[in-house]
Design a protein around this ligand. Structure first.
Ligand SMILES: Nc1ncnc2c1ncn2[C@@H]1O[C@H](COP(=O)(O)OP(=O)(O)OP(=O)(O)O)[C@@H](O)[C@H]1O
Length: 301
């Protein structure tokens, strides 16, 4: 059974085609990234998956059911981009209320509230009102709310936007910790973060699903991404291009080079690179197999 199936899915708002003929099949498992420029249709796709809006054409199914179907109660949850906690109620009251709406008894709801707050590392905030929480803590509590009842699918729209690095890391670790129990679909503009967290990446642009990339598959690719600390960029490019197995070298941004090469023996190119740095007294910062997500999405190579 597929987790998400979209067949020829389109959504029109007046004259605006926000989603255009999206076909998609996703299985449960590692977190899935949804990326694309502003206005690409990411929130529209999330809203269709949640059943907040209906398609103009085509169909969407989650676990074989239409979004919003009673059969999906407790199996799917979402954290919208602009989700807000109720300012008038203490955290425990609102989380327990959501648990009871899912069918938990009052006593089980209290336990579930403690469980999800512990998952996001904030058990102490249960008796507090949202006004006493920082932005990052509020976001984590909202994620706790999305985890009530251990849903099979959780949609997170921009979960780390505006968060400090420590809170963003806490959310990444939380998501990683739930793999195997819950599949997350995460919409974000932070490609470096998605690269660390997700296996599959869906790229929407102008309502069209352009690419679906697996980050794991790419590790076998014949690319190395080299980030230098100090070097002569022109001399480095020339030296790399002179290596027999190197097919092309591209400077993707300052001091970052994407090397496309032919694999001969394991680590043969890496060995040559280190010898070259040693001879030239160049310092490298990182050498990564494959290409960065940014390069894969935005380069023509
Ligand atoms: N309710 C609506 N009425 C009219 N147009 C809408 C509506 N919702 C979305 N749109 C339009 O549909 C397009 C896709 O919007 P959407 O919010 O899905 O993009 P997004 O990828 O989530 O963007 P962002 O990264 O800025 O959040 C945009 O052009 C937007 O203006």
């Amino acid at each position: 059974m597929k987790l998400i199936t979209c067949k020829a899915l389109s959504k029109q708002f007046g004259s605006k085609r926000a989603l255009n003929d999206v076909n998609l099949e996703l299985s449960a498992g590692e977190p899935i990234a949804l990326v694309g420029p502003n206005g690409a249709g990411k929130t529209t796709l999330f809203s269709l998956l949640c059943g907040y809006i209906r398609p103009t054409e085509g169909a969407v199914e989650i676990l074989g059911y239409a979004p919003g179907s009673p059969a999906l109660l407790g199996k799917v949850s979402a954290l919208p981009q602009d989700a807000r906690l109720d300012p008038n109620l203490i955290i425990a009251t609102q989380l327990e209320l959501f648990a009871q709406l899912q069918g938990f008894s009052a006593a089980a709801a209290r336990q579930e509230c403690q469980r999800v707050l512990a998952l996001v590392g904030l058990p102490e905030v249960a008796p507090q009102k949202p006004s006493s929480l920082s932005h990052g803590m509020s976001k984590r509590v909202s994620i706790a709310q999305a985890l009530i009842g251990s849903p099979e699918l959780v949609l997170l729209d921009e979960p780390t936007a505006g968060l400090d690095p420590a809170n963003a890391k806490a959310i990444r670790e939380l998501v990683r910790g739930q793999v195997g129990k819950t599949t997350f679909v995460i919409s974000s503009h932070n490609l470096a973060e998605l690269e660390k967290l997700c296996d599959k990446v869906l790229y929407l642009d102008k309502g069209i699903l352009n690419q679906s990339i697996s980050i794991q598959d790419d590790l076998a690719d014949e690319y190395l991404t080299l980030t230098m600390q100090s070097c002569d960029d022109t001399a480095l490019t020339a030296a790399l291009e002179a290596l027999p197995q190197v097919l092309s070298v591209k400077s993707s941004q300052s001091k970052e080079f994407v090397i496309h090469y032919q694999i001969t023996a394991s680590f043969a190119l890496e060995t040559e690179l280190f010898a070259l740095f040693n001879r030239q007294d160049w310092r490298y910062r990182a050498l990564q197999r494959g290409r960065t997500l940014e390069d894969k999405l935005f380069s023509q190579a």
